[in-house]
Design a protein. Structure first.
Lengths: 115, 111
């Protein structure tokens, strides 16, 4: 596809369940980012991947959050034992490389609601 | 505490008015970017400013990077309803290889 795609677009789950969110970056982009955005707010950095390097996990809010990127392309963000405060829009972005000034292209997001 | 503070948080103006949105930090940034986000969509990059004191114009939008590279402003001239959206500043913190987003400014331009 031409842009970053994310799935599912919406997810409703019960507290305590695990969820998996998927991101397909733009082909050829080596850098991939995950952000979380609460309603009407700015973006909170979660994690980023650059090629095959170990990811920068410094933004993950708790050990219930994990992410992986297989083959340097598709990424999944997993939230275990979801809590109501995990409800947010999870945005994925990719860029050609992890360089200063590099444009990040965002997907439409996954809207997660934890009941 | 946000590394990048934006003000105002909310702005509701009439079509044709001018406005300025501010993005401030106590940290130095290698570059600052401005994004615009519409409901249900991901942010879309408007501009990147790199050099302290730099001014960039994009039609009715003027972006400025502070001399000390700690702040930036976005000025919109003769706002139009199509400018409505959430405006986010974002940047690379100098020497720390971290990327941060501001809290956002929600702009509503009434016809």
């Amino acid at each position: 596809g031409a842009g970053v795609s994310q799935s599912p677009s919406n997810k409703v789950t019960e507290k305590g369940k695990d969820v998996e969110l998927r991101c397909d970056p733009i082909s050829g982009h080596t850098a991939l980012y995950w952000y979380r955005q609460s309603l009407g707010q700015g973006l909170e950095f979660l994690i980023y991947f650059q090629g095959n390097s170990a990811p920068d996990k410094s933004g993950l809010p708790s050990d219930r959050f994990s992410a992986e990127r297989t083959g340097g392309s598709v990424s999944t963000l997993t939230i275990q034992r979801t809590q109501q405060e995990d409800s947010a829009v999870y945005l994925c972005a990719s860029s050609l490389a992890r360089l200063e000034q590099e444009t990040q292209y965002f997907g439409p997001g996954t809207r997660l609601l934890v009941l | 505490t946000q590394l990048l503070e934006q003000s105002p948080q909310f702005l509701s103006i009439q079509e044709g008015e001018n406005l300025t949105v501010y993005c401030n930090s106590s940290s130095v940034f290698s570059s600052l970017q401005w994004y615009r986000q519409e409901p249900g969509e991901g942010p879309v990059l408007l501009v990147t400013v790199v050099t302290g004191g730099e001014v960039k114009k994009l039609k009715r939008l003027t972006f400025q990077f502070g001399d000390a590279r700690k702040d930036s402003s976005l000025h919109i001239t003769a706002a139009q309803p199509g400018d409505t959206g959430l405006y986010l500043c974002a940047g690379d913190e100098y020497n720390f290889n971290k990327f941060y987003f501001g809290s956002g400014t929600k702009l509503n331009v009434k016809p």
